[in-house]
Design a protein around this ligand. Structure first.
Ligand SMILES: N[C@@H](CCC[C@H](N)C(=O)O)C(=O)O
Length: 294
């Protein structure tokens, strides 16, 4: 095995996360390593959050994000909470400034253990999301799935939270939709040149909604933080909710999202450590720490 790196298997209200400690080394977690780790039931994950040394003055770390299919993601709200919990436990620090592909973001661990991540500003321009063709108004774009005269899902809102999202609004129970069937078709629809995260959202009050997400590069997940942010921003834009919303996710956990007046979107929720180990970032070969929980 080449030089190994420590990792922690964690979750952000059910979003399966591997936090990899790549500080002090020049190599990257490869797509092959991601695929190998995801193929093992013990280390199956939705995202790897690889913590690297800072690249930019004023930031503490650079975080590289990989999906379970080995592709890169610009943003991962639930994963960032796991990173913050791991680093707060190690350093005693409560606030952090990170750099990701989506830019610089701040995060904080609260006294009750929950963690807030400033996910930055949403973007609504069709080229920013990006969409393959011009839509002047991305609150509702022309896209549907199912029979042409009786679509099952249609007219989603499109938003970039650093990564691309489409939100389909539904009145019925979110579990009554075959997201496992429609998700891959919509993720790879030609309207999304960089693919997209696909969410079904049921608004239950001006302050609450239920969401299910098919994640780009990871499939069905128990929670998706950036999708929660995109859903609240899109709901507030279309007057379905206010700007401060609790979201129930398929893992049974709740996320809180607040779209501030300064346009920043704050995601708050819990993170949980499961076990620790070490792995080879080029192959994904791994071993559990002996003192780590089962
Ligand atoms: N689970 C994440 C989002 C992960 C990134 C996504 N699959 C993508 O490729 O954009 C979250 O909590 O935000």
């Amino acid at each position: 095995m080449a030089s190994t790196a420590p990792f922690a298997k964690m979750n952000g209200i059910g979003n399966e996360i591997i936090v990899a400690d790549m500080r002090g080394r020049a190599d990257q977690v490869t797509a092959a390593a991601a695929l190998a780790l995801n193929a093992d039931a013990a280390t199956r994950f939705d995202q790897i959050m690889a913590i690297h040394d800072a690249r930019t003055p004023g930031t503490a770390y650079y975080v590289d994000i990989l999906n379970s299919d080995g592709t890169s993601a610009q943003a991962c709200g639930n994963g960032m909470r796991c990173v913050v919990q791991a680093l707060a436990a190690e350093t005693g620090q409560k606030t952090f400034t990170f750099e990701t592909r989506a830019g610089i973001l701040n995060a904080r661990e609260h006294a009750d253990g929950t963690i807030s991540v400033d996910m930055g500003m949403p973007h609504f321009g069709w080229q920013e999301i990006p969409l393959a063709e011009e839509f002047r108004d991305t609150r509702m774009i022309e896209l549907q799935i199912g029979p042409i005269d009786a679509p099952v899902l249609h007219s989603p809102s499109a938003v970039s939270m650093g990564n691309p999202h489409a939100i389909f609004w539904v009145d019925r129970d979110v579990w009554s939709y075959e997201l496992e069937r429609f998700g891959p078709l919509l993720e790879n629809h030609p309207i999304f040149p960089e693919r997209a995260n696909i969410t079904i959202a049921q608004v239950t009050s001006p302050e609450s909604m239920i969401i299910r997400t098919w994640e780009r590069g990871a499939g069905l997940t128990k929670a998706c933080g950036s999708a929660a942010c995109a859903s609240v921003v899109a709901a507030a834009r279309t007057r379905r909710t206010g700007r401060s919303v609790n979201l129930l996710t398929p893992g049974g956990g709740t996320l809180h999202v607040e779209w501030l007046d300064n346009d920043h979107v704050i995601l708050t929720g819990a993170a949980e450590w499961e076990f620790s180990g070490s792995f080879d970032p080029s192959t994904g070969t791994w071993a559990r720490d002996t003192e780590s929980a089962a």
